[in-house]
Design a protein around this ligand. Structure first.
Ligand code: SF4
Length: 230
């Protein structure tokens, strides 16, 4: 498997764990606010392969608790389970970031106990999903299926939404709350503008607005927190 990037140490990506983060290129979505434009549109040459990653992990035994696998969209890769299996065999915890577009692949890695924590993006209310994911006419059903799968609670998980002024409003969160009713935890993440964003010209919401959105969701999900908000 081609691995496009490796952050050797992160204290932020895996809640409560010391981890590294592995980046896999390619994505089925084109979220306008995506920071990983290059990784999504033209992944480029591999930084390392499967075996080289395992060699790196051998050298990090006892130093890292876990490995985060992110993208792009990792579940696009048919050989992902083989990578996860090899990492788990070395005794590391595994966190998977996903946009939720591949519920069968997600169900497969959960059933095979290949992931310990899943972070799934909730792009927006279902009716604004295509626009927020940057794919006109997008079928939202797979994303509903993935969310329903996580809500079953067979693996630890979080849902998270990157909040963008041009894409989200109170109605977004009035719809998301009942959709994810009973979820373990839900994060509202502040959008940060960068040169690498797929569509320039987007803006974050203020802390006050984000608090207001969180309050709309809390009757349905007790643990709602802001993340990355000044
Ligand atoms: S934000 Fe995530 S799901 Fe959206 S285009 Fe970027 S990598 Fe894909």
């Amino acid at each position: 498997m081609d691995i496009q990037g490796l952050q050797k140490l992160t204290l932020l990506d895996y809640p409560g764990k010391v981890a590294c983060t592995v980046f896999l290129g390619g994505c089925n979505l084109r979220c306008p606010f995506c920071h990983n434009g290059e990784l999504v549109l033209s992944p480029g040459p591999a930084l390392m392969d499967h075996e080289e990653l395992l060699t790196f992990l051998d050298r990090r035994q006892g130093l890292l608790d876990g490995v985060c696998v992110t993208g792009g969209e990792p579940l696009l890769r048919p050989d992902l389970p083989r990578l996860l299996e090899a990492v788990k065999e070395k005794g590391f915890l595994l966190k998977l970031d996903t946009n939720g577009g591949f519920p069968q692949a997600l169900e497969d890695v959960i059933r095979r106990d290949l992931v310990d924590y899943v972070a799934m993006d909730i792009k927006n209310s279902p009716d604004r999903y295509p626009e927020t994911a940057g794919v006109p006419g997008l079928d939202v059903e797979p994303y509903r299926e993935s969310a329903a799968l996580l809500l079953e609670g067979k693996v630890d998980y979080e849902f998270r939404t990157t909040v963008v002024r041009e894409l989200h409003d109170e109605d977004s969160f009035r719809a998301i709350g009942p959709w994810l009713k009973g979820a373990r935890r839900y994060f509202l993440q502040g959008f940060v503008d960068r040169d690498t964003v797929l569509s320039p010209g987007l803006h974050p919401c203020s802390r006050e607005e984000m608090e207001g959105f969180a309050a709309l969701v809390r009757p349905h999900i007790p643990q709602v927190e802001l993340r990355g908000v000044d």
